[in-house]
Design a protein around this ligand. Structure first.
Ligand code: NAP
Length: 484
């Protein structure tokens, strides 16, 4: 049996929860318990904040070059251990190992990126109002930071926050999702091995977020909270952090439109649709939730799309060749079933899938077939709620104006995609979509150097690029007067 990390990381020491309580981590492919791990409560959180406070000043004062070396070393250790890390990620979360490797590599690339960006946290001098004055703006570490992360990318979501925080000179307390805490603990392990000083990183696992989060949100010593997860919880954190005026970075829910105009390169577009819809079994914030296809090509698009999905093997993510793993837990399957049943009851046509797969190998896991619905309209749940599963609802449209209006008719504004060969339309539609991230003929929008984030109820702030570092830095204006 593999060895899994199971204790909290506080002040460089692996320790049990003060209460001694533990909770189980299970494999969504088999239902088997992998390990029981420490279940933190508010007392552990206070210990973690105390440790971060002790480390904060010296970490901020550590030269950026030295911080950069440690972050890069951690990335190297991650790459040396990638197969084992990917298998642990797959065991706790479900996605096929090849996708876990992709996720971890992408997360480690963020470490490299921010290790370099931290060295370039340049200030500015501004022309002053008189000859005896100088105006200088410098960037400084904001202070202790917190990362609260979801289960869908258990490694990436932490690494891109942690890389930015550490490079900026901030200590960090990580609170991973209860369903997928093992990848977080492994990250703690390889940063410790890389020589990160004690107290700079704490990893607090807990089965009840609401038991630890108020302590984190109300403590005035914590200056930045970077949260990725649902809009509902993002709003709770905003309220909880109001009294201590937390700086928040919120990467929240999405409901991405994927628009196919009739002049699009259809083969390329179908391939992108499959990738955007099926990555992580549709459990991503940037997953295509509403596929709008111009009426004249809807039948051909649907047929080609279904053919590609039919060829994707379903199974345990650990098994070689698996392309579609399980959903993360039973409620996730129940939600998919509810959305499909609702669409069918309201008149959608089932083109493919629509069930849990049959067979002994699926009996104890949370599997659901890739599913395609056609004839979908705005009255159906799939049109407005995140399904967070492998369900592709196809809507048909006639004009550009009509589809832009429908695409923007959502409280969310994270990612949107559209496909066309018309250059003028590329500019028009890119600018008209009310989304933080737009893929024009591109479903693969992830890039460490780009500013990823949403507008409207999809959140506040940007991760990646030089923007990602700024989330963890304060700008200080220094007015120098009386100069000779
Ligand atoms: P979630 O329920 O909001 O949970 C996210 C994190 O918040 C988990 O660590 C969770 O802990 C914690 N949490 C839950 N309730 C909390 C509370 N009352 N106070 C403080 N923390 C709390 O989201 P999820 O179901 O894990 O993830 C799916 C959602 O994340 C989707 O809406 C998806 O679109 C969004 N997402 C957004 C992005 C982005 O970049 N914009 C990326 C990925 C996912 P527990 O695990 O213990 O509940």
């Amino acid at each position: 049996m593999a060895s899994y990390p199971s204790k909290l990381l506080i002040d460089g020491v692996w320790q049990d929860a003060v209460s001694g309580e533990t909770f189980p981590v299970t494999n969504p492919s088999t239902g088997a318990e992998l390990v029981r791990i420490a279940d933190a409560s508010a007392e552990d959180v206070v210990l973690a904040i105390d440790a971060a406070e002790r480390a904060q000043k010296s970490w901020a004062a550590t030269p950026a070059l030295e911080r950069s070396r440690i972050i890069r070393r951690a990335a190297e250790i991650g790459r040396e251990n990638i197969q084992r890390l990917a298998e642990i990620l797959t065991e706790e979360q479900g996605k096929p190992v090849a996708q876990s490797i992709g996720e971890i590599n992408y997360g480690l690339d963020f470490l490299d990126w921010f290790a370099e960006e931290g060295r370039r946290a340049y200030g500015t001098t501004v022309p002053s109002t008189g000859p005896d004055k100088r105006i200088v703006a410098i960037k400084q570490a904001a202070g202790i930071s917190v990362a609260i992360t979801p289960w869908n990318f258990p490694s990436l979501q932490i690494l891109r926050k942690l890389g930015a925080a550490l490079a900026a000179g901030c200590t960090m307390i990580v609170k991973p999702a209860a369903l997928t805490p093992l990848s977080a603990l492994e990250i703690g392990r390889f940063f410790t091995e890389a020589g990160l000083p004690d107290g700079v990183l704490q990893v607090i696992t807990s089965s009840r977020a609401s038991r630890v989060s108020p302590t984190l949100m109300q403590d005035t010593r914590i200056r930045v909270v970077s949260f990725t997860g649902s809009t509902e919880v993002g709003k709770i954190l905003m309220r909880e952090g109001a009294d201590s005026m937390k700086r928040l970075s919120l990467e929240l829910g999405g409901h991405a439109p994927f628009i196919v105009f009739d002049d699009a390169d259809l083969e390329h577009t179908v391939n992108q649709a499959v990738a955007v819809k099926m990555r992580n079994m549709g459990q991503t914030c940037v997953s295509a939730n509403r596929i709008y296809v111009q009426r004249g090509i809807a039948a051909e698009f649907s047929q080609r799309f279904v053919e590609k999905l039919r060829a994707m093997p379903i199974g345990d993510g650990i098994a070689p060749g698996t392309e579609v793993g399980p959903l993360v837990d039973a409620p996730a399957v129940a939600k998919v079933e509810e959305h499909v049943a609702d669409a069918l009851a309201k008149g959608a046509e089932l083109l493919f899938g629509g069930h849990r797969p049959e067979g002994e190998e699926f009996a104890n896991g949370h599997f659901y077939e890739p599913t395609v619905l056609r004839g979908v309209d705005s009255s159906m749940l799939v049109a407005s709620e995140e399904t967070f599963g492998p369900v592709a609802p196809i809507f048909e449209f006639d004009t550009e104006e009509e589809v832009i209006e429908q695409a923007n008719n959502s409280p969310f504004g994270l990612a949107a995609y559209f496909f066309t060969r018309d250059v003028n339309r590329i500019v028009r539609v890119s600018e008209a979509l009310e989304y933080g991230t737009v893929g024009a003929n591109d479903g693969m929008i992830s890039a460490v150097q780009a500013p990823f984030g949403g507008v409207k109820e999809s959140g506040i702030g940007r991760e990646g690029g030089h923007w990602g570092l700024d989330e963890y830095m304060d700008i200080k204006y220094i007015s120098l007067a009386g100069l000779a």
